[in-house]
Design a protein around this ligand. Structure first.
Ligand SMILES: Nc1ncnc2c1ncn2[C@@H]1O[C@H](COP(=O)(O)OP(=O)(O)OP(=O)(O)O)[C@@H](O)[C@H]1O
Ligand SMILES: [Mg+2]
Length: 317
């Protein structure tokens, strides 16, 4: 019953292929009897381990995901005993500041839900208000239904979900989208998981005005800001994934860069780290480009120097 290995869309790397475990020789008892049986058959452990390994920090988030996986595994064992198995509601809300890993974790969650057989396909469809709500009367229902159709069998990720509700405008079409969502979240929860994402305070306000929606969300998961140390570790992982590295004094300069950048407006956690590294790569390229006749070795091509970091305007007086 192991699901197919497939590429996850988006910026996240697909999990490495895992060889299926050999099936038990005794064909009569192929129903899972232990947690290990279910984990082997679903290969979900590989995704959980990858989540632990690839993502820096996020300990409470990782624990919640393990808890949800445990519930689904135990449900499978209960099913093998013919025990009642009401499909648990798995709609979720991910709150946190920009760049704290919400989209990344949602992609992994889709993969886990798929491997445990909760959803058929395990893909993720990410949308915002404009994808669901039309400009004119009669446009919203078809738009929302089209998105739901695409997401069926996977995860519908609604970023900044609170924009669906505009209290200042009584006749806003967002309400229509919310009502269709509510119905599907209730009636088709065995084949679609909805994840609402956004800032914590705005989401709280949104839920107060939409108690029907709030009551259908089983899991509220909060994504804290990363510490400076975690951001440095994230930078290290991103560089390694792109086959770059810091020169020794560049790593220290990047630490200083982060301290300054965090204090500035619009700091976006891991997303700001990624952007900073992209700009450092541009500077490295320009630096190397200027030396027309120099033979460039692997070390030259992979190393970001202290000057590549310090040229940032974050260091400007
Ligand atoms: N804990 C982490 N470890 C390593 N990389 C991370 C971590 N969290 C986020 N990233 C990386 O940072 C970038 C931004 O993450 P992501 O898009 O998941 O954040 P988000 O919370 O969805 O942000 P936004 O609110 O801006 O959409 C991605 O490239 C992601 O791979
Ligand atoms: Mg996101």
């Amino acid at each position: 019953m192991a699901g197919p290995i497939y590429a996850i869309p988006g910026s996240v790397q697909a999990p490495a292929a895992v060889t299926p475990a050999p099936q038990s020789a005794d064909a009569a008892d192929d129903a899972p009897r232990t947690v290990a049986d279910v984990l082997r058959a679903s290969q979900v452990e590989a995704v959980l381990d990858e989540l632990d390994r690839d993502l820096v920090g996020l300990a409470p988030v990782k624990q919640r995901i393990r808890d949800i996986a445990a519930l689904l595994v135990i449900d499978k064992l209960r099913l093998a005993h013919g025990l009642a198995a009401a499909t648990p509601s798995l709609h979720m809300c991910f709150t946190g500041n920009p760049g704290t890993g919400k989209t990344t974790v949602a992609l992994r969650m889709a993969e886990i839900l798929h491997r445990l057989g909760y959803v058929r396909k395990g893909h993720l469809v990410a949308v915002t208000r404009d994808d669901l709500v039309g400009q004119y009367i009669g446009h919203t229902a078809p738009k929302t239904k089209e998105v739901l159709k695409k997401a069926m069998g996977g995860v519908l990720f609604i970023d900044e979900a609170y924009y669906l509700y505009r209290p200042d405008n009584e006749r806003d079409y967002g309400q229509e989208a919310i009502e269709i969502l509510l119905q599907v979240m209730e009636n088709q929860r065995d084949d679609l998981v909805v994840i609402l994402a956004g800032y914590k305070d705005r989401m709280d306000t949104f839920f107060r005005s939409n108690p029907g929606l709030s009551s259908r969300i089983a899991h509220h998961i909060d994504f804290p800001d990363y510490t400076p140390g975690e951001l440095e570790a994230i930078a290290g992982k991103m560089l390694a994934a792109m086959s770059y590295r810091f020169a020794p004094d560049a790593a220290a300069a990047f630490g200083e860069y982060l301290a300054r950048r965090i204090a500035q407006p619009h700091f976006a956690n891991a997303r700001s780290v990624r952007n900073a590294l992209d700009r450092a790569r541009l500077r490295q390229a320009s630096r190397l480009f200027a030396e027309r006749d120099r033979v460039l070795g692997e070390a030259d091509l992979t190393t970001l120097t202290e000057s590549d970091i310090r040229a940032s305007r974050v260091f400007a007086p």
